[in-house]
Design a protein around this ligand. Structure first.
Ligand code: FAD
Length: 471
C-alpha cells in the first residue's frame, strides 16, 4: 500500500525557485509540501555565487549606479540573441521589485553591487546565498509548510482530463503519492549533472568539469516532456569559464579577473577570444583550446581588486588554495602556469600596445566587461596567472511556460495544474545567460507564482496515473 498525502500545493525541488514559491504560498495561507530528492536542501542554488540581477534598486541608487529597466531589457534581449521570449523578459522586469522586496523582508542583505557577465551596468546584487535559503526555509516551516527530503519525484499524476493533480515519488520508505489541489510546481533545476541529457543536447559540453547540485539530472524536464511539454533554448547549453581544474565542491572557485583587466591565453601563450564577452561564450571558446585550458594573466593592478569573500572576485582565497601563481616577471609566471614564456611576453606586448591605442586589439576587445570599462596595460609587477577551465554549472534551458509560469505543450497550450520555475524553465535566457538572472529568475517567478496560486481557487479532479517516466 503506497503512502498518500494531500496538500494545496506540491513543490518539487528546494533551490531558490522552489523555496521562494513554497515560502510565498505558505505565508499566504496554503498548505504546501516541499519535496527534495537529495538528503539536504538547496541544489545548485546553495553552491552558487549568490548574485541576483535587479535594476532600479535602492542598493544601486546608494552606489550611484545608473541603470534602467530599458537597459536591463536591452541587455537580456541582446545577450539572448533576440532568441528569448520577450514576454518572459517583460514578466521578469515587471515582478523583479516584488521579489527584491520579498527577499529583503526576509532579512536578505545585498552586500555588494557589481557589473558582471553580459551587463552594461552594475546590477549584480550579491547575497550570502546559503543564509538566504536557510532563512526562507525557516519562514516556510514557521508558516506551517512541510518538507520531505530524500524523496525523488518520478512521474506526474493526472486526472481524466489530463490535468496534473499530483506526483508519484520515491521516498526512503518506498513509493509515495503526493497530491496538490492547486497543482504541482516543477522547481527541479537543470541537468548540469545529467550526463544522458547532456549527451543528447550538448555533447561537446561533456568536456567541461561536471558541477551543480548532485540531484540536477533533468528529472522535471523529463516528467513534463512525457506530458507533451515544449522545450526552449536547448541548443544553448554552455559551461561557465573560470574555474581551476582542481576546483572542489565546498568552495565557490570561479574567478572573473578578465572583467577587471586580465587577458586569457592558451598554453601556447596566445589570446584566442575577446575576454569581455559573457562567460558562457568564453566557456565555449576555452573548450576548443588545448586541454580545455585558458590561463587568466594579470598584474598587481588587477590583483588589488580582489574582494575577499565575494564570489568571482576573491583572489586571496585562490592564492591560499595554491591555485594562483605569482612571479616578478611574465616569463616566470608563464613557466609556473605551464604557458609558453616567450609567446606570452609577445602577446602581452601586443595587448599593451592596443590598450595604449598604438595598434588594434587582436581580438577586437574594447572594454573590460560587455564593452564597458577602461582597459589597463599589464605592466605592473608582480604578475599573476590563474589556469582555469569551463565549469558545467547550469543548463538554463527547459520547458516552455507562459509568463505566469504555467507549463505549455509543444503546441503552446497550458498543461492544467503544472507550473515550472527556475532553471528547469526555457525561453527566458535565449542564447546566453547574464550573471544573476538565474537566481533572479527563480526568485522573481517563484514569488509571483506562489502569490498567484494562493489567490487561485482549488481545482479538483480524479487522479489516474500516467505512463511511467523512464527512470
Ligand atoms: C558554482 C555556481 C555558481 C553560480 N552562480 C550564480 C549566481 O551567482 N547567480 C545566478 O543567478 N546563478 C548562478 N548560478 C546558477 C544558479 O545557481 C542556478 O541556475 C539556480 O540556483 C537554479 O535554481 P533552481 O531553484 O531552479 O534549481 P536548484 O537550486 O538546482 O534546485 C533544484 C533542486 O531540485 C532537486 N530535484 C531534482 N530532481 C528532483 C526530483 N525528481 N524530485 C525532487 N527534487 C528534485 C535538486 O536536488 C535540487 O535540490 C550558479 C551555479 C553554480 C553551480
Amino acid at each position: 500500500m503506497k503512502h498518500r498525502s494531500e496538500h494545496d500545493l506540491v513543490v518539487l525541488g528546494s533551490g531558490i525557485a522552489g523555496q521562494t514559491t513554497a515560502t510565498t504560498a505558505a505565508e499566504a495561507g496554503l498548505d504546501v509540501l516541499l519535496v527534495e530528492k537529495q538528503p539536504s536542501l538547496g541544489g545548485s542554488s546553495a553552491m552558487s555565487g549568490g548574485w541576483f540581477a535587479f535594476s532600479g534598486t535602492p542598493e544601486q541608487a546608494e552606489g550611484g549606479v545608473e541603470d534602467s529597466e530599458d537597459l536591463f531589457r536591452h541587455d537580456l534581449l541582446e545577450g539572448g540573441g533576440h532568441l528569448n521570449d520577450p514576454a518572459l523578459v517583460d514578466a521578469y522586469l515587471a515582478h523583479q521589485h516584488a521579489a527584491h522586496r520579498f527577499l529583503k523582508d526576509h532579512g536578505v542583505r545585498f552586500r555588494e553591487v557589481a557589473i558582471s557577465s553580459g551587463m552594461s551596468a552594475a546590477r549584480g546584487h550579491n547575497s550570502e546565498i546559503k543564509d538566504v535559503l536557510a532563512t526562507l526555509h525557516a519562514a516556510f516551516a514557521a508558516a506551517g509548510g512541510s518538507t520531505l527530503t530524500d524523496t525523488a519525484a518520478r512521474r506526474l499524476l493526472t486526472d481524466d482530463g489530463g490535468r496534473v493533480v499530483g506526483v508519484l515519488a520515491e521516498g526512503p520508505d518506498g513509493p509515495v503519492e503526493l497530491y496538490g489541489r492547486r497543482g504541482v510546481v516543477l522547481a527541479t533545476g537543470g541537468f548540469s549533472r545529467g550526463t544522458e541529457m547532456l549527451k543528447v543536447f550538448a555533447p561537446e559540453q561533456l568536456a567541461a568539469i561536471p558541477y551543480g547540485g548532485r540531484g540536477n539530472t533533468g528529472d522535471g524536464l523529463r516528467m513534463a516532456w512525457r506530458l507533451g511539454a515544449g522545450m526552449a533554448d536547448m541548443s544553448f547549453v554552455a559551461a561557465t569559464y573560470g574555474s581551476h581544474p582542481e576546483t572542489g565542491e565546498e568552495f565557490h572557485e570561479l574567478l572573473t579577473a578578465y572583467y577587471m583587466g586580465a587577458i586569457v591565453v592558451n598554453t601556447a601563450g596566445r589570446r584566442f577570444v575577446d575576454e569581455s564577452i559573457d562567460y558562457k561564450s568564453l566557456g565555449r571558446a576555452v573548450l576548443g583550446q588545448p586541454d580545455g585550458l585558458g590561463v587568466q594573466v594579470f598584474d598587481s593592478r588587477v590583483r588589488a581588486q580582489s574582494h575577499r569573500g565575494i564570489p568571482l572576485k576573491d583572489m586571496d582565497a585562490l592564492e591560499e588554495l595554491g591555485h594562483l601563481h605569482e612571479a616578478d616577471t611574465l616569463e616566470e609566471v608563464a613557466r609556473l602556469a605551464g604557458v609558453a614564456p616567450g609567446e606570452l611576453v609577445a602577446t602581452v606586448e601586443r595587448y599593451n600596445a592596443a590598450v595604449a591605442g598604438t595598434a588594434a586589439d587582436e581580438q577586437g576587445r574594447t572594454g573590460l566587461c560587455n564593452g564597458v570599462g577602461e582597459l589597463t596595460p599589464i605592466d605592473a609587477p608582480p604578475y599573476y596567472a590563474y589556469p582555469a577551465k569551463a565549469l558545467m554549472t547550469t543548463t538554463y534551458c527547459g520547458v516552455t511556460v507562459t509568463p505566469d509560469a504555467r507549463v505549455t505543450t509543444v503546441d503552446g497550450e497550458p498543461i492544467g495544474g503544472l507550473y515550472a520555475v527556475g532553471e528547469v524553465v526555457g525561453g527566458f535566457h535565449g542564447a546566453t545567460y547574464i550573471t544573476g538572472t538565474s537566481l533572479g529568475k527563480g526568485a522573481v517567478f517563484g514569488h509571483m507564482l506562489g502569490a498567484a496560486l494562493a489567490g487561485t481557487e482549488p481545482q479538483h479532479g480524479n487522479s489516474s496515473e500516467q505512463e511511467e517516466v523512464a527512470a
